[in-house]
Design a protein around this ligand. Structure first.
Ligand code: KDG
Length: 313
């Protein structure tokens, strides 16, 4: 297994019309979830991923598992919960720069994930453990599950990649979010925060200061995303900036960060220089924004190589 990830996937409903969702009467059903977006992104690039989760014993749970399995992700660690439903998620595209999300996931099957659902060897055999800040926000048992997974990864020397993915709607308070997410970041080897997330943690500072604060918190590689501008990176030996790709027409920005993570992780798996791994992440992030849906735009290897080649010419 190249990468193992842990988190909730949901049935995603998007109105077939733009504008206020209250007027929509027909919806398209897709699938979403930051962790499986990353796993599917990596599968399309040729890597083997595994997803640890829980779904309801219901039709939408079946749909999720079939879809994600169909993309090649190993779903052997996904359990069914007879007492809780699969979570739902609505994405309202009011305007290109006004996308709103609504969750119907409190008490969902995935929120009932607990440490006993983790198979130690499954994580021990991975090359990387990918975590986001969404899972620990779902419930106390989800938080405990993430801490348990971190302990396993540490015990077996599996590097941890952490994307804070702050979802304020899921937290009881900003302070709780800050405390928990910085605790997890302190255990991660590589962190992938956005600049606005860094501001959420540390207040108004310069990019360099944010990077030093994440390093002082315990991460050896800090990859700071500055949206459509580009990405800053800091390791113990080097630092730099990789510009983003211009997107003429953004259709749906959600999922871009997960595409970015998949691109960077694929580069790490190939042992590419960090700036090249980030350039791939930036490119995938850009491509994902051109297509409606979280995973529909994720490119395969040929598509991403062509995109990067065309950009050079
Ligand atoms: O990064 C995209 C995710 O936000 C989306 O897929 C839904 O996982 C999701 C979440 O919890 O917001």
């Amino acid at each position: 297994m190249d990468v193992v990830t842990i988190g909730e996937s949901m049935a995603l409903f998007t109105p077939d019309t733009t504008g206020k969702m209250r007027y929509a009467s027909t919806f398209s059903r897709k699938i979403a979830g930051a962790e499986t977006n990353v796993a599917i992104g990596l599968q399309r690039l040729g890597y083997q991923t595994g997803w640890i989760s829980r779904v309801g014993d219901d039709e939408l749970g079946q749909t999720l598992v079939s879809f994600i399995r169909g993309e090649g992700v190993d779903v052997s660690q996904v359990t069914r919960d007879e007492k809780a439903s699969t979570g739902l998620y609505f994405k309202e595209l009011r305007k290109v720069d006004d996308v709103r999300v609504y969750y119907y996931r409190a008490g969902s099957a995935a929120s009932r994930l607990e440490p006993a659902h983790i198979n130690e060897q499954y994580i021990a055999n991975a090359k990387y453990l990918h975590l986001t800040g969404i899972t620990p926000a779902l419930s106390e048992t989800c938080y405990q599950t993430i801490i348990h997974a971190i302990d396993i990864a540490k015990k077996h020397g599996v590097p941890i990649i952490f994307d804070p993915n702050i979802r304020e709607k899921l937290w009881s308070s900003k302070q709780k979010a800050r405390d928990v997410l910085l605790e997890i970041a302190s255990e991660a080897d590589i962190v992938l925060p956005g600049v606005s997330e860094a501001k959420f943690f540390f207040g108004e500072k310069s990019i360099d200061e944010y990077a030093q604060l994440f390093k002082a918190n315990g991460s050896s590689v800090v990859i700071l995303k500055e949206g459509s501008k580009g990405t800053h990176y800091y390791t113990d030996d080097e630092s730099g900036f990789v510009a983003s790709y211009r997107v003429e027409h953004v259709v749906d920005p959600i999922g871009a960060g997960d595409g970015f993570a998949a691109g960077v992780i694929s580069g790490l798996l190939e042992e590419l220089p960090l700036d090249q791994a980030i350039a791939r992440g930036n490119a995938i992030g850009a491509i994902v924004t051109m297509v409606n849906g979280d995973v529909e735009g994720l490119p395969d290897k040929e598509e991403i190589d062509r995109f990067l080649q065309d950009d050079k010419e």
